[in-house]
Ligand binder design. Structure first.
Ligand code: SF4
Ligand code: SF4
Length: 358
């Protein structure tokens, strides 16, 4: 007899409300990995990269290196070739090149003497080291993934789940899709999401001009003006503007950004031959991601740690746990499920999941 029951991916959860003890968080993270039987996926002496974000200078929401102690102790049973791995940012802050990026990583506790792991900036000094990976999806035939990500044997995608001004949710799919792309790949994903300036609200402070990585903003007669041909759609100006004078138009282009992002995540999976696992940390969930959020208040109480081999299922579970209206209330124009739908369509994973409590 045919089995018509819908296939589901497993998502494990360990709930934690108190994140003040590094030992407790470390133990919880390790317990999720054990429950997933994560070490059975790691081969002896694998070059294993832990993909995370070190946070921007002045930010505090990034994943603390002390939390990784229990997890890395388990991983070392299989391999000593552990490292943290990240790519350069598109926007013009310290982490847009490997030198500044390493300085921020060390300042945030990710020096080898602190975390016990070297930091690899996967797309090189200026973000140009990439490898073309064929995916033949809707928006891209090929994607440009950071070279060292492609050379990694096993990738552990460790994501701090937050909101995001362009994609709604920033979690595993964003960490893989945007976070593992080389600079050219990040540009390719952003290329159609342009902001609009409301002149009446602009006070001519010039902050947007200073932060724009593409020199796409000028100030004329004390008002900001956008040079559309130069804009790469990174959205930085919309976050820095305190007057609310720059906004991204959340039309179908915002959906396309999410679709392109998950096609890049598919490229990562292809490059790694599916040797990938995800851990999402649902604590200090802010409106903006760790690149942009500086001192923001959390939008929901802390929830816990999720683990899965399926990046789609873990992000769908993350959205569900955050509550239907949390991010929807903050970003009403963004279709939050667009990234999940497209990721499932291109067979990156399943949106149906079984939530297993530890
Ligand atoms: S940051 Fe905002 S207010 Fe300041 S110049 Fe730019 S658009 Fe105008
Ligand atoms: S104008 Fe805004 S969205 Fe466009 S590149 Fe500059 S900072 Fe990014």
């Amino acid at each position: 007899m045919q089995n018509h029951s819908k296939e589901k991916s497993k998502v494990y959860i360990r709930r934690i409300s108190d994140w003040s003890s590094a030992e407790a968080v470390s133990e919880a993270l390790a317990s999720v990995w054990l429950k997933m039987d994560g070490n059975s996926l790691v081969k002896k002496d694998d070059f294993l990269g832990i993909k995370l974000t070190f946070g921007e200078e002045g930010a505090s929401g990034y994943i603390k290196s002390g939390w990784l102690k229990g997890l890395t102790a388990l991983l070392r049973e299989k391999t000593e070739n552990l490292f943290t791995i990240e790519t350069n940012t598109l926007y013009r802050e310290k982490r847009s090149n490997a030198v500044g990026h390493l300085q921020v990583a060390y300042a945030h506790g990710y020096g080898i003497s602190q975390s016990g792991m070297p930091v690899i900036i996967a797309d090189g000094l200026h973000g140009r080291n990439s490898q073309n990976i064929a995916i033949r999806a809707e928006h891209f035939e090929n994607v440009k993934i950071a070279k060292a990500v492609c050379e990694t044997d096993f990738l552990l995608c460790l994501s701090h789940a937050t909101g995001h001004c362009q994609t709604g949710l920033a979690a595993a799919l964003k960490n893989l899709g945007m976070g593992c792309a080389a600079r050219a790949g990040k540009l390719a994903q952003h290329s159609k999401t342009l902001p609009e300036i409301t002149v009446a609200k602009c006070i001519g402070c010039g902050e947007c001009m200073k932060i724009c990585p593409a020199n796409a903003i000028g100030i004329k007669k004390k008002k900001a003006i956008l040079v559309k041909e130069r804009c790469i759609g990174c959205g930085e100006c919309t976050v820095i503007c305190r007057s609310g004078a720059i906004e991204i138009k959340y039309d179908e282009n915002a959906i396309k950004l999410q679709e392109k992002m998950v096609e890049y995540a598919l490229g990562v999976k292809e490059a790694l031959g599916s040797r990938l696992a995800c851990l999402n940390l649902l604590y200090g969930v802010t409106k903006n991601c760790d690149c942009m959020s500086k001192g923001e208040e959390p939008i929901v109480p802390d929830i816990g740690i999720l683990g899965s081999l399926d990046p789609v299922a873990i992000d769908k579970a993350t959205l569900d746990l955050l509550g239907e209206n949390t991010l929807k209330g903050i970003y009403p124009e963004i279709d939050l499920e667009a990234q999940i739908r497209h990721a499932e369509k291109i067979k990156l994973g399943l949106s149906d999941y079984e939530l297993i409590e530890l």
